[in-house]
Design a protein around this ligand. Structure first.
Ligand SMILES: Cc1c2[nH]c(c1CCC(=O)O)Cc1[nH]c(c(CCC(=O)O)c1C)Cc1[nH]c(c(CCC(=O)O)c1C)Cc1[nH]c(c(C)c1CCC(=O)O)C2
Length: 358
């Protein structure tokens, strides 16, 4: 018996399993964020990572879009960041206003790997995320399922080496090509922490998990396949095995290999339950590359700058492309800070209006 309130809206979990739904489930990447005035209000009082590390605050912010769009969203996602994993491994990460994440001491060469913790106790380092998940599951009262998430090995590797965002990813790619053995070791260490972190989130109450490989498209398909893919694909296999060995039920996992179009087909036979696609790939192309998989996505967030009528037109076209089965509607990347929350509502309402079957 679960210790949590029973789930009242299981559309998203049904879609992942390929079961029929009365309406296509929808949520929005970065749905708790700066486009919401209530988030900016919470942020004006607290530093970004303080919110992440304080379960009551993380829970409050996670629930903001669920409360605002009452009944229109079919999932929540725990408020946190992919960069809590490098922090758990011993790195300092700051969130600079306007600039985004900043590592004062990024990894500059393989000798720096020794500065990372050799063993990471995820309960000790990231227990605050687990507590936030458990609290949020309670406060959600079964309204919608709760996503846990983590960054994928390559995206975290690139942040840890670049020290923040990058135009060329020259430093992190140089590692792969100059120091393949050490890069492999670092990727393996990141993957180990990510696996433990996802298992811990599932145990804490996350009902579905997403692995964000936001920088996947920065590598050529063959380099992604050679250096990165084995790590990315090992994650769901290892998480499933760990949960099974602890007699816990299956928790579905979504991969978001953003812009990795040349490597997309490799996810077809993977243990990921669903694949989130960016807006650079046509739904029908994704369907043919990933037969049988539930897809998530993929409207360009910028479409939300359009009028209500325009958003509805684009959603109608999107529904014609995806159909209503094995699809979780979403944007192709996160919502932008200057989006109008009312336009987000138009998107959610349009998905409901054009996909409702019952
Ligand atoms: C690459 C990445 C990061 N973080 C994340 C990714 C993968 C998804 C993607 O590609 O967008 C994932 C993420 N970050 C955040 C969430 C929360 C849950 C949700 O989706 O609502 C999630 C799932 C909160 C956040 N993470 C961040 C904010 C805004 C920072 C602030 O409030 O000051 C939020 C709400 C900061 C952040 N964090 C990161 C960047 C590049 C930035 C700066 C860019 C920006 O400012 O939007 C790293």
């Amino acid at each position: 018996m679960s210790k949590f309130p029973p789930l009242k809206n299981d559309r998203l979990l049904r879609a992942v399993r390929g079961e029929p739904v009365d309406k296509v489930p929808v949520w929005i990447m970065r749905q708790a964020g700066r486009y919401l005035p209530e988030f900016r209000e919470s942020r004006s009082k607290n530093d970004f990572f303080t919110i992440c590390r304080t379960p009551s605050l993380a829970c409050e912010v996670t629930l903001q879009p669920i409360d605002r769009y009452d009944g229109l969203l079919d999932a929540s996602i725990i408020f946190s960041d992919i960069l809590v994993v490098p922090q758990a491994m011993g790195m300092v990460v700051e969130m600079l206003p306007k600039e985004g994440p900043h590592f004062p001491s990024p990894l500059t060469n393989p000798a720096d790997i020794a500065k990372l913790k050799s063993e990471v106790d995820v309960s000790a380092e990231l227990g605050y995320v687990f507590d936030a998940i458990t609290l949020t599951r309670e406060k959600l009262g079964g309204r919608v399922p709760l996503f846990g998430f983590a960054g994928a090995p390559w995206t975290l590797f690139s942040y840890m080496i670049e020290g923040g965002g990058s135009k060329t990813f020259a430093k992190s790619k140089a590692w792969l090509f100059k120091w393949p053995k050490e890069s492999e070791e670092l990727l393996k260490r990141i993957t180990d922490v990510v696996v433990d972190f996802l298992v811990g989130q599932a145990k804490a109450g996350a009902q579905i998990l997403q692995v964000f490989d936001s920088n996947a498209g920065e590598l050529s398909p063959s380099d992604y396949r050679q250096f990165i893919l084995p790590h990315t694909l090992s994650i769901p296999t290892r998480v499933n095995t760990a949960l099974r060995s602890q007699n816990l039920g299956h928790v579905p996992i979504v991969a978001f290999p953003r812009n990795a179009h040349g490597a997309l087909k490799e996810f077809a036979s993977s243990d990921y339950d669903a694949i989130s696609i960016d807006f650079g790939v046509e739904p029908e192309v994704a369907r043919s590359l990933l037969p049988g998989k539930t897809l998530q996505g993929n409207i360009d967030p910028s479409v939300l700058y359009g009028s209500k009528d325009y958003i509805r037109e684009r959603v109608q076209a999107l529904v014609a492309q995806f159909g209503t089965k094995k699809w979780i509607a979403n944007l192709g990347h996160g919502v932008y800070p200057d989006h109008d929350p009312e336009h987000v509502r138009y998107f959610l309402e349009a998905i409901r209006d054009f996909t409702q079957t019952a």
